[in-house]
Design a protein around this ligand. Structure first.
Ligand code: FE2
Ligand code: FE2
Length: 163
């Protein structure tokens, strides 16, 4: 769980870095995304610390998530501000399901990890709702774009669990 969660939070920081590299720094979207990015940094730090404490190795795919995350962020931001928001909408939809599944699986086991996951999940849902409220669904090709990104996230989650 820690390995896949750390990979996901790392990927999230890379997606937002890609978007912020492209978006106008003083635009409304960049401001929203910068705030989310700082929360992802916090999530990532926490999982980094837990992995060190518990001697869990990171995924071997970290270099891939570095590049793929940044590319996804930059590509969606180049499409439009709304596409950048649709990316957040799609990613956080999958992360909400992923964290929800882990919480069900953990039940009463490992309350320390469960409380972090529950807290981060709330923030991810808030990111998703923020993106929707800011007009994510107005992105051109929203249904196809979000379906493709969601499929990519599910694939990244499965791969990071294994490798
Ligand atoms: Fe996060
Ligand atoms: Fe998030």
């Amino acid at each position: 769980m820690l390995r896949v969660n750390q990979a996901g939070e790392y990927g999230a920081t890379r997606i937002y870095a890609g978007q912020l590299a492209v978006l106008r720094a003083n635009g409304a979207e960049a401001k929203l995304i910068a705030r989310m990015a700082s929360q992802e940094e916090r999530h990532l730090k926490r999982f980094n610390n837990l992995m060190a404490e518990r001697r869990v190795r990171p995924t071997a795919l970290q270099p891939l998530w570095n590049v793929a995350g940044f590319a996804l962020g930059a590509a969606t931001a180049l499409m439009s501000e709304q596409a950048a928001l649709a990316c957040t909408d799609a990613v956080e939809t999958e992360i909400d399901k992923h964290y929800g599944g882990q919480l069900d699986q953990l039940a009463d086991e490992d309350p320390e990890l469960a409380s972090d996951i529950a807290e981060f999940r709330e923030e991810e849902v808030e990111h998703r709702d923020t993106a929707r409220a800011a007009g994510a669904a107005n992105a051109a090709g929203y249904p196809l774009l979000t379906a493709a990104i969601r499929a990519g996230c599910r694939m990244a989650i499965e791969l990071s669990k294994r490798v």
